[in-house]
Design a protein around this ligand. Structure first.
Ligand SMILES: NC(=O)c1ccc[n+]([C@@H]2O[C@H](COP(=O)([O-])OP(=O)(O)OC[C@H]3O[C@@H](n4cnc5c(N)ncnc54)[C@H](O)[C@@H]3O)[C@@H](O)[C@H]2O)c1
Length: 246
């Protein structure tokens, strides 16, 4: 991708989302960010000023996704890069949960990715180029206790990304995933609040003996959005300090 291309980041006011927006601006992209958290978006907006266009969108609403992509294309130009950092989960066991919780996890982690990817991909096919990077999780490859349904959605995101990579190489569209290890963001903090011992156990298992920072993820995301990744598609890269070596 070239300087001045438009990149769309979802989950833009979250931990990884903010780091990704800042990194892609630094890389020379025109950046649009969407998120449902109005308060966090406004706070982040104060930090980035007019450099990024931030929009409040509930990404679990398909019509809202189509509408915002049209608006961004009109205001900023065709979208050549899509980074999905949207995500959410709690830390309960499957046998303790109910269908309302499952629906929410599936809607945020999987449906929302489909809803935004479809209109963006149509534009990429027209341009005959594009890069899609989905933030998955190694939970989707090796499983994890306390996040069974979330792990299922991340496995779905990985399988979807690989299939999309196969379907769209003919249009010069690359589709890859990163799989972050535990990363210091509001999402991880919420899990630690629910289960304070979890983090100590995790850090002991990480060869680099620290959790990831959002910027560690943004560095890898930047690579997958750049020209340097032109010959890479359908891949999943763990960015986890060596926690998982798949
Ligand atoms: N933090 C970790 O330890 C970790 C580990 C592995 C994978 N991940 C994945 O990394 C990604 C980024 O997570 P994070 O840690 O930055 O979390 P985060 O909670 O800081 O950010 C996620 C963002 O998604 C947004 N979001 C949730 N529901 C939405 C909706 N309906 N519409 C629009 N936006 C919505 C939230 O408002 C939030 O800003 C997620 O996909 C997560 O599953 C995180």
């Amino acid at each position: 991708m070239a300087k001045g291309d438009v990149a769309l980041v979802t989950g833009a006011s979250g931990g990884m989302g903010q780091a990704t927006v800042l990194r892609l601006l630094q890389d020379g992209f025109k950046v649009a960010g969407i998120d449902v958290n109005d308060k966090a978006l406004k706070e982040f907006g104060k930090k980035v000023g007019k450099k990024a266009n931030l929009y409040k969108v509930d990404q679990t609403n398909e019509a809202a996704c189509r509408k915002i992509v049209k608006k961004i294309e009109k205001e900023m130009g065709p979208v050549s890069v899509l980074v999905n950092t949207i995500g959410w989960c709690g830390t309960t066991r499957f046998h303790e949960e109910d269908a309302a919780y499952w629906r929410k996890v599936i809607a945020i982690n999987y449906d929302a990715v489909l809803y935004i990817t479809h209109p963006v991909l149509l534009g990429m096919i027209k341009q005959n180029r594009g890069k899609i990077l989905n933030v998955a999780s190694d939970a989707g490859r090796i499983g994890t206790s306390g996040e069974a349904v979330y792990a299922g959605t991340k496995g779905a995101v990985i399988a979807f990304s690989k299939s999309l990579a196969r379907e769209n190489a003919r249009y010069n569209v690359n589709v890859n995933c990163i799989a972050p290890g535990p990363t210091a963001t509001p999402l991880l903090q919420a899990e630690i609040d629910e289960n304070p011992d979890l983090i100590k156990r995790m850090v002991r298992l990480i060869p680099f003996r620290r959790v990831g920072q959002p910027e560690d993820m943004a560095n890898a995301i930047s690579f997958f959005c750049s020209k340097d990744s032109d010959y890479i598609t359908g891949q999943v890269l763990s960015v986890s300090g060596g926690l998982t070596m798949v």
